[in-house]
Design a protein around this ligand. Structure first.
Ligand code: DGJ
Length: 600
């Protein structure tokens, strides 16, 4: 249900509509703002935030998500001091570094207790989330499009709609906030037909080959993967134009037949013969200076005429504020998708927006570029999932720079991070799952020493960590030992056994290695509380350690449960805990199934 509050400035002829939507059974509302020019003169909007809440201070602490490439969305809590404190991005994307999420929490708020006022933005571009504590100890919390560099001209009769902000309240700590966000996003935001489906276990060739592959290598990987129960091969960056490194060909969306001999159709058919589906990587928003597209359309890049364009990863950003650019790129990509039976697309975006200027916008509309760019991206994603309704779309941005609620409206899953190290992933996945459903988190098993941090972790731990997500592999499976291949088979079995529960259940955080250094633990509980899965990882072994009693969460106190061959009352597991013996060695993980005893 939506409440609309109408406001009017008769001097300027501005009508502002505040929209508040509520959702049955959820302590959440969404807020957005519609501005209309009802007057006779044009005017310029310079700041349009989407939500604003004023409260008395309660010694609030501020909670946010911060990071960098390969270290996305680490949770940070800090005191709320006087003045303005903000979390923001002006990079043209929701970003690796700061995240469109802000929560104010009462002192000592834990997973189960304390009050939480949280805001999350359904938007993937520039944002600001701000908390301001005033001289009178009142607090104002705001969220919206970042006003830096933003202006929007409204001619008489025109309107501007700000993106929605989601506001969640919890009187029972962060855990309750998390589960409200998860339910809201699963029930009201993610539209994909795959939302409630077990996604095909995929194997992606990026960490296996980087740019150095051909159809023979891909088929070798597919053959070994199919034999172990992996269900889809994803061909990552490097299959198009003349691309053999990251320095060319973005924009030339046709298959490089020197690499993929016999063409895409033949490759896909050969993969299908192995019983596997096929997926492909694209980066539609980008253009390499070294490309046919750039030679044809230099003005399609975002640039300030007369000035140099900054390169990042040897590429420029296409001006997606222009319909002809979006449509031109879309047609090229759609033709590739029509040419073969492609089940999945990974949509990447590997640099931020800089030297902001559009060759098509008039001078007094240049401030509209960043938002128009986002609208162009959303328009193309909408077209893609409409024209190819069976396509499974996964968003990605140099790892996890665009893991946000705006993207979830188009894709049911998003690549979390380029860091596939199981231990770094504990923090990334904890921060991501603070707001976003675990069913959306792209998570893969890769080889060790890990390509990003050089760490070696047990193969089992890598599998258990990736189970809290979409699950897949990111390695050259032909190079695995026989022992590792046996482990792949058992991980595939675990995925089939537990994915329905993990995807649809309630997520509880039991312990965080980011806080305690030594161990990490989460649980997923079936909505009807008949079954649960407990995950524990001992990050660092301790000398002379005793067992730890982990107090479980979310079970029915009155039910009896079977865990590791013994039965317990739900209240015992939740108040006394389940004994987890100390393991020998670092990075050891365990998955424990907990089932209602009467169901056995
Ligand atoms: C960044 C992504 O996160 C990686 O998985 C990979 O697709 C590369 N881009 C390819 O350029």
């Amino acid at each position: 249900m939506t409440l609309k509050v109408f406001l009017r400035d008769s001097l300027l002829g501005v009508k502002v509509t505040l929209l508040y939507s509520i959702f049955r059974g959820l302590d959440a509302l969404t807020r957005s703002v519609l501005v209309e020019n009802e007057g006779g003169e044009p005017f310029y909007l310079e700041k349009v935030l989407s939500a604003c809440v004023d409260m008395d201070d309660r010694d609030f602490e501020m909670l946010g998500l911060f990071g960098s490439w390969a270290r996305e969305r680490h949770i940070q809590r800090m005191p709320l001091g006087y003045g303005r404190q903000n979390i923001a991005s002006v990079k043209g994307e929701s970003s690796h570094q700061e995240h469109p999420f802000l929560a104010l929490v009462t002192p000592g708020t834990s997973q189960e207790s304390g009050e939480v006022y949280a805001m999350n933005f359904v938007y993937s571009g520039n944002f600001i989330a701000q908390a301001e504590k005033s001289q009178f100890n009142s607090v104002r919390m705001m969220m919206g499009i970042h006003p830096e560099g933003f202006t929007w001209k409204l001619e008489p009769g025109e309107r501007f709609t700000a993106p929605e902000a989601v506001l969640v309240y919890s009187g029972q700590g962060l855990g309750r906030m998390t589960r409200t966000f998860h339910d809201l996003y699963r029930e009201h935001l993610i539209r994909s037909p795959y939302l409630h489906e077990k996604r095909p276990i995929l194997i992606n060739n990026w960490e296996a080959t980087y740019f150095d592959f051909d159809e023979k290598k891909l088929l070798e990987i597919a053959e070994d993967a199919a034999a172990l129960g992996i269900e889809m091969l994803v061909m990552d960056d490097g299959w198009f134009g003349k691309r053999s490194l990251d320095d060319s060909s973005l924009g030339d969306w046709y298959v490089n037949e020197e690499k993929i001999k016999g063409g895409l159709h033949a490759l896909v058919e050969n993969v299908k013969k192995l019983g596997m589906k096929f997926g492909i990587w694209i980066e539609p928003e980008m253009i390499s200076p070294e490309s046919e597209l750039y030679r044809r359309h230099p003005d399609w890049a975002i640039r300030i005429p007369g000035r140099d364009i900054t390169q990042s990863r040897a590429q420029y950003v296409l001006d997606f504020s222009r319909d002809e650019v979006v449509d031109g790129v879309y047609e090229m990509i759609a033709e590739v998708l029509r040419s073969a039976d492609i089940s999945y697309v990974k949509w990447d975006m590997n640099r931020q927006l800089t030297t902001l200027g559009s060759c098509a916008l008039p001078p007094d509309r240049q401030g509209e570029l960043s938002h128009r760019y986002m609208l162009g991206v959303y328009r193309m994603q909408e077209r893609l999932i409409t024209d190819f309704p069976h396509l499974l779309l996964e968003n990605c941005s140099g790892g996890g720079a665009r893991f946000d609620a705006g993207m979830l409206y188009y894709s049911p899953q998003i690549w979390c991070s380029d860091d596939t190290d199981a231990i770094e992933r504990l923090a990334i996945q904890e921060g991501t799952a603070l707001i976003y459903p675990v069913s959306a988190m792209g998570a893969h098993v890769s080889v060790c020493p890990n390509h990003t941090v050089g760490r070696t972790t047990p193969f089992e731990t890598r599998g258990d960590v990736a189970l809290l997500g979409t699950f897949g592999y990111e390695l050259d499976i032909t190079k695995l030992s026989e022992e590792e291949k046996v482990l792949v088979k058992s991980q595939v079995e675990k995925y089939h056994k537990y994915n329905d529960l993990i995807r649809e259940g309630d997520y509880y955080r039991l312990a965080s290695a980011s806080e305690n250094r030594y161990y990490d633990s989460w649980m997923i509980v079936e909505k009807d509380k008949s079954r649960a899965l407990l995950f524990c990882v001992q990050v660092l072994a301790e000398a002379n350690a005793k067992s730890r009693f982990l107090r479980l969460k979310g079970l029915d106190p009155d039910k009896r449960y079977l865990a590791e061959g013994k039965t317990y009352a739900g209240r015992t597991l939740m108040h006394a805990g389940l004994r987890i013996p100390a393991a020998f060695g670092d990075f050891k993980s365990r998955l424990i199934e907990i089932t209602e005893a009467s169901l056995l």
